[in-house]
Design a protein around this ligand. Sequence first.
Ligand code: HEM
Length: 229
Amino acid sequence: MDDTAQTATARPQDVRVWDPLLRLTHWSFPILIPAMWWTAENSKWALHRQIGLVLLGILTFRVLWGFLGPKTARFSQFVKGPGAVMAYLRGDGSVGPPIGHSPLGGWSTVALIGVMLLQVSLGLFAGDPYDGMTGPLNPLVGVLTADTITEIHEAFFNVVAALIVLHLAAITYYAVKGNDLVSPMVGGERPPMEGVEGIGPMPWGRGLVAVALAAGFALWIANGAPPLT
Ligand code: HEM
Protein backbone atom coordinates (compact mmCIF):
# COMPACT_ATOMS: atom_id res chain seq x y z
CA MET A 1 0.00 0.00 0.00
CA ASP A 2 1.52 3.40 -0.97
CA ASP A 3 1.46 6.47 1.28
CA THR A 4 -1.53 8.09 -0.44
CA ALA A 5 -3.68 4.98 -0.09
CA GLN A 6 -2.70 4.63 3.55
CA THR A 7 -3.65 8.24 4.30
CA ALA A 8 -6.96 7.79 2.48
CA THR A 9 -7.83 4.70 4.57
CA ALA A 10 -6.74 6.25 7.84
CA ARG A 11 -8.49 9.61 7.32
CA PRO A 12 -11.48 9.82 9.69
CA GLN A 13 -14.82 10.13 7.90
CA ASP A 14 -17.27 12.97 8.30
CA VAL A 15 -20.33 11.86 10.26
CA ARG A 16 -23.69 11.84 8.45
CA VAL A 17 -26.19 13.58 10.73
CA TRP A 18 -29.28 14.56 8.68
CA ASP A 19 -30.78 12.72 5.70
CA PRO A 20 -31.65 14.55 2.43
CA LEU A 21 -35.44 14.42 2.92
CA LEU A 22 -35.26 15.93 6.40
CA ARG A 23 -33.00 18.70 5.09
CA LEU A 24 -35.28 19.39 2.13
CA THR A 25 -38.24 19.52 4.53
CA HIS A 26 -36.36 21.90 6.81
CA TRP A 27 -35.23 24.36 4.11
CA SER A 28 -38.74 24.50 2.68
CA PHE A 29 -39.83 26.27 5.91
CA PRO A 30 -37.76 29.49 5.55
CA ILE A 31 -39.15 29.73 1.99
CA LEU A 32 -42.78 28.79 2.57
CA ILE A 33 -43.48 30.50 5.92
CA PRO A 34 -42.48 34.00 4.66
CA ALA A 35 -44.45 33.19 1.47
CA MET A 36 -47.53 32.43 3.61
CA TRP A 37 -47.08 35.73 5.46
CA TRP A 38 -46.58 37.71 2.23
CA THR A 39 -49.59 36.21 0.46
CA ALA A 40 -51.79 36.98 3.49
CA GLU A 41 -50.49 40.56 3.78
CA ASN A 42 -51.15 41.13 0.07
CA SER A 43 -54.52 39.32 -0.11
CA LYS A 44 -53.24 36.70 -2.59
CA TRP A 45 -55.68 34.18 -1.13
CA ALA A 46 -55.60 31.54 -3.90
CA LEU A 47 -51.80 31.32 -3.59
CA HIS A 48 -52.03 31.42 0.22
CA ARG A 49 -54.36 28.41 0.14
CA GLN A 50 -52.17 26.48 -2.33
CA ILE A 51 -48.93 27.05 -0.41
CA GLY A 52 -50.76 26.19 2.82
CA LEU A 53 -51.75 22.81 1.36
CA VAL A 54 -48.16 22.18 0.24
CA LEU A 55 -47.05 23.00 3.81
CA LEU A 56 -49.65 20.57 5.16
CA GLY A 57 -48.14 17.83 2.96
CA ILE A 58 -44.59 18.68 4.06
CA LEU A 59 -45.51 18.78 7.76
CA THR A 60 -47.43 15.48 7.46
CA PHE A 61 -44.33 13.99 5.84
CA ARG A 62 -42.15 15.26 8.72
CA VAL A 63 -44.45 13.64 11.29
CA LEU A 64 -44.38 10.30 9.40
CA TRP A 65 -40.58 10.63 9.03
CA GLY A 66 -40.45 10.88 12.83
CA PHE A 67 -41.42 7.18 12.84
CA LEU A 68 -40.04 5.91 9.51
CA GLY A 69 -36.88 8.00 9.01
CA PRO A 70 -33.26 7.42 10.08
CA LYS A 71 -32.46 7.61 13.82
CA THR A 72 -31.81 11.39 13.96
CA ALA A 73 -35.25 12.07 12.39
CA ARG A 74 -37.11 9.86 14.88
CA PHE A 75 -39.14 11.31 17.76
CA SER A 76 -38.07 8.33 19.87
CA GLN A 77 -34.45 9.53 19.67
CA PHE A 78 -34.95 13.18 20.54
CA VAL A 79 -38.11 13.53 22.64
CA LYS A 80 -36.77 13.19 26.18
CA GLY A 81 -38.31 13.69 29.64
CA PRO A 82 -37.84 16.78 31.87
CA GLY A 83 -34.98 15.07 33.76
CA ALA A 84 -32.86 14.82 30.61
CA VAL A 85 -33.68 18.42 29.61
CA MET A 86 -32.71 19.73 33.08
CA ALA A 87 -29.48 17.68 33.05
CA TYR A 88 -28.67 19.05 29.57
CA LEU A 89 -29.33 22.61 30.79
CA ARG A 90 -26.97 21.98 33.74
CA GLY A 91 -24.27 21.18 31.16
CA ASP A 92 -24.34 17.36 31.23
CA GLY A 93 -23.47 16.60 27.59
CA SER A 94 -23.99 12.83 28.02
CA VAL A 95 -27.82 12.94 28.26
CA GLY A 96 -28.53 13.51 24.56
CA PRO A 97 -27.66 11.35 21.55
CA PRO A 98 -24.11 11.99 20.17
CA ILE A 99 -25.62 13.22 16.88
CA GLY A 100 -29.04 14.76 16.18
CA HIS A 101 -31.13 16.99 18.41
CA SER A 102 -30.13 17.63 22.00
CA PRO A 103 -32.89 17.09 24.64
CA LEU A 104 -33.65 20.84 24.42
CA GLY A 105 -33.39 20.96 20.60
CA GLY A 106 -35.78 17.99 20.49
CA TRP A 107 -38.49 19.93 22.30
CA SER A 108 -37.87 23.00 20.16
CA THR A 109 -38.39 20.73 17.11
CA VAL A 110 -41.67 19.39 18.53
CA ALA A 111 -42.80 22.95 19.33
CA LEU A 112 -41.93 24.31 15.86
CA ILE A 113 -43.58 21.42 14.01
CA GLY A 114 -46.56 21.55 16.42
CA VAL A 115 -47.26 25.28 16.01
CA MET A 116 -46.86 25.12 12.23
CA LEU A 117 -49.27 22.15 12.07
CA LEU A 118 -51.77 23.93 14.30
CA GLN A 119 -51.54 27.11 12.22
CA VAL A 120 -52.06 25.20 8.93
CA SER A 121 -54.95 23.23 10.48
CA LEU A 122 -56.69 26.45 11.58
CA GLY A 123 -56.27 27.79 8.04
CA LEU A 124 -58.12 24.76 6.61
CA PHE A 125 -61.33 25.95 8.31
CA ALA A 126 -60.76 29.70 7.97
CA GLY A 127 -62.42 32.24 5.68
CA ASP A 128 -65.91 33.44 4.87
CA PRO A 129 -67.89 31.62 2.15
CA TYR A 130 -69.83 34.83 1.38
CA ASP A 131 -66.75 36.99 1.10
CA GLY A 132 -63.64 35.62 -0.64
CA MET A 133 -61.46 32.55 -0.30
CA THR A 134 -61.98 29.78 2.27
CA GLY A 135 -59.92 26.83 3.45
CA PRO A 136 -60.97 23.43 2.03
CA LEU A 137 -62.60 22.29 5.30
CA ASN A 138 -64.52 25.54 5.84
CA PRO A 139 -67.88 23.99 4.78
CA LEU A 140 -67.55 21.53 7.69
CA VAL A 141 -68.04 24.33 10.28
CA GLY A 142 -70.64 27.11 10.65
CA VAL A 143 -69.97 30.66 9.50
CA LEU A 144 -69.60 31.99 13.08
CA THR A 145 -67.20 29.21 14.08
CA ALA A 146 -65.18 29.84 10.90
CA ASP A 147 -65.06 33.54 11.82
CA THR A 148 -63.61 32.78 15.25
CA ILE A 149 -61.12 30.29 13.73
CA THR A 150 -60.05 32.94 11.19
CA GLU A 151 -59.33 35.41 13.99
CA ILE A 152 -57.32 32.83 15.93
CA HIS A 153 -55.47 31.87 12.71
CA GLU A 154 -54.46 35.50 12.19
CA ALA A 155 -53.34 36.08 15.79
CA PHE A 156 -51.58 32.72 16.09
CA PHE A 157 -49.11 33.69 13.37
CA ASN A 158 -47.41 35.82 16.07
CA VAL A 159 -46.74 32.65 18.08
CA VAL A 160 -45.26 30.92 15.00
CA ALA A 161 -43.09 33.99 14.29
CA ALA A 162 -41.95 34.23 17.95
CA LEU A 163 -40.83 30.59 17.97
CA ILE A 164 -38.94 31.08 14.70
CA VAL A 165 -37.13 34.13 16.17
CA LEU A 166 -36.24 32.02 19.25
CA HIS A 167 -35.04 29.22 16.93
CA LEU A 168 -32.76 31.59 15.02
CA ALA A 169 -31.49 33.12 18.29
CA ALA A 170 -30.59 29.62 19.58
CA ILE A 171 -28.76 28.73 16.35
CA THR A 172 -26.82 32.03 16.57
CA TYR A 173 -25.99 31.40 20.26
CA TYR A 174 -24.50 27.98 19.42
CA ALA A 175 -22.60 29.49 16.46
CA VAL A 176 -21.07 32.17 18.72
CA LYS A 177 -20.05 29.41 21.16
CA GLY A 178 -18.27 27.69 18.24
CA ASN A 179 -20.87 24.97 17.62
CA ASP A 180 -21.80 25.15 13.93
CA LEU A 181 -25.23 23.48 13.61
CA VAL A 182 -26.03 25.07 10.25
CA SER A 183 -23.46 23.26 8.03
CA PRO A 184 -24.81 19.77 8.91
CA MET A 185 -28.37 20.98 8.22
CA VAL A 186 -27.12 22.20 4.78
CA GLY A 187 -24.73 19.42 3.71
CA GLY A 188 -25.93 16.59 5.96
CA GLU A 189 -22.55 15.92 7.61
CA ARG A 190 -20.41 17.15 10.49
CA PRO A 191 -16.68 16.72 11.14
CA PRO A 192 -15.54 13.29 12.43
CA MET A 193 -16.24 12.37 16.06
CA GLU A 194 -14.32 9.65 17.90
CA GLY A 195 -16.37 6.43 18.09
CA VAL A 196 -19.56 7.96 16.65
CA GLU A 197 -21.34 6.39 13.69
CA GLY A 198 -23.50 8.41 11.32
CA ILE A 199 -27.01 7.60 10.13
CA GLY A 200 -26.00 5.21 7.34
CA PRO A 201 -27.52 5.03 3.86
CA MET A 202 -30.76 6.83 3.05
CA PRO A 203 -33.83 4.53 3.38
CA TRP A 204 -35.33 5.65 0.02
CA GLY A 205 -38.08 2.99 0.05
CA ARG A 206 -39.49 4.22 3.36
CA GLY A 207 -38.99 7.80 2.12
CA LEU A 208 -41.15 7.09 -0.91
CA VAL A 209 -43.87 5.54 1.28
CA ALA A 210 -43.87 8.58 3.61
CA VAL A 211 -43.94 11.06 0.71
CA ALA A 212 -46.81 9.16 -0.99
CA LEU A 213 -48.86 8.96 2.23
CA ALA A 214 -48.30 12.64 3.03
CA ALA A 215 -49.17 13.78 -0.52
CA GLY A 216 -52.28 11.57 -0.54
CA PHE A 217 -53.42 13.01 2.79
CA ALA A 218 -52.86 16.63 1.66
CA LEU A 219 -54.75 15.99 -1.60
CA TRP A 220 -57.65 14.41 0.28
CA ILE A 221 -57.85 17.48 2.57
CA ALA A 222 -57.53 19.81 -0.46
CA ASN A 223 -60.65 18.13 -1.84
CA GLY A 224 -62.60 18.83 1.35
CA ALA A 225 -61.95 15.43 3.01
CA PRO A 226 -64.65 13.50 1.10
CA PRO A 227 -65.85 10.13 2.52
CA LEU A 228 -63.44 7.36 1.52
CA THR A 229 -66.10 4.72 0.74
C1 HEM B 1 -39.28 29.62 8.89
C2 HEM B 1 -38.11 29.40 9.42
C3 HEM B 1 -37.68 28.12 10.08
C4 HEM B 1 -38.39 27.12 10.64
C5 HEM B 1 -39.91 27.03 10.75
C6 HEM B 1 -37.47 26.13 11.12
C7 HEM B 1 -37.83 24.96 11.74
C8 HEM B 1 -36.96 23.97 12.15
C9 HEM B 1 -37.33 22.67 12.63
C10 HEM B 1 -38.75 22.16 12.74
C11 HEM B 1 -36.19 22.02 12.93
C12 HEM B 1 -36.07 20.58 13.40
C13 HEM B 1 -35.60 19.76 12.20
C14 HEM B 1 -36.27 18.40 12.17
O1 HEM B 1 -35.95 17.53 13.00
O2 HEM B 1 -37.14 18.21 11.29
C15 HEM B 1 -35.08 22.90 12.67
C16 HEM B 1 -33.76 22.59 12.89
C17 HEM B 1 -32.73 23.41 12.55
N1 HEM B 1 -32.82 24.64 11.94
FE1 HEM B 1 -34.49 25.59 11.41
N2 HEM B 1 -36.20 26.55 10.86
C18 HEM B 1 -36.28 27.76 10.22
C19 HEM B 1 -35.23 28.52 9.75
C20 HEM B 1 -33.93 28.21 9.93
C21 HEM B 1 -32.82 29.01 9.44
C22 HEM B 1 -32.95 30.30 8.64
C23 HEM B 1 -31.68 28.38 9.86
C24 HEM B 1 -30.24 28.76 9.68
C25 HEM B 1 -29.78 29.94 9.60
C26 HEM B 1 -32.07 27.19 10.58
C27 HEM B 1 -31.21 26.30 11.13
C28 HEM B 1 -31.56 25.12 11.73
C29 HEM B 1 -30.60 24.17 12.27
C30 HEM B 1 -29.11 24.33 12.26
C31 HEM B 1 -31.33 23.11 12.78
C32 HEM B 1 -30.77 21.87 13.49
C33 HEM B 1 -30.72 22.14 14.97
C34 HEM B 1 -30.08 20.99 15.70
O3 HEM B 1 -28.94 20.62 15.35
O4 HEM B 1 -30.73 20.45 16.63
N3 HEM B 1 -33.44 27.12 10.61
N4 HEM B 1 -35.57 24.07 12.19
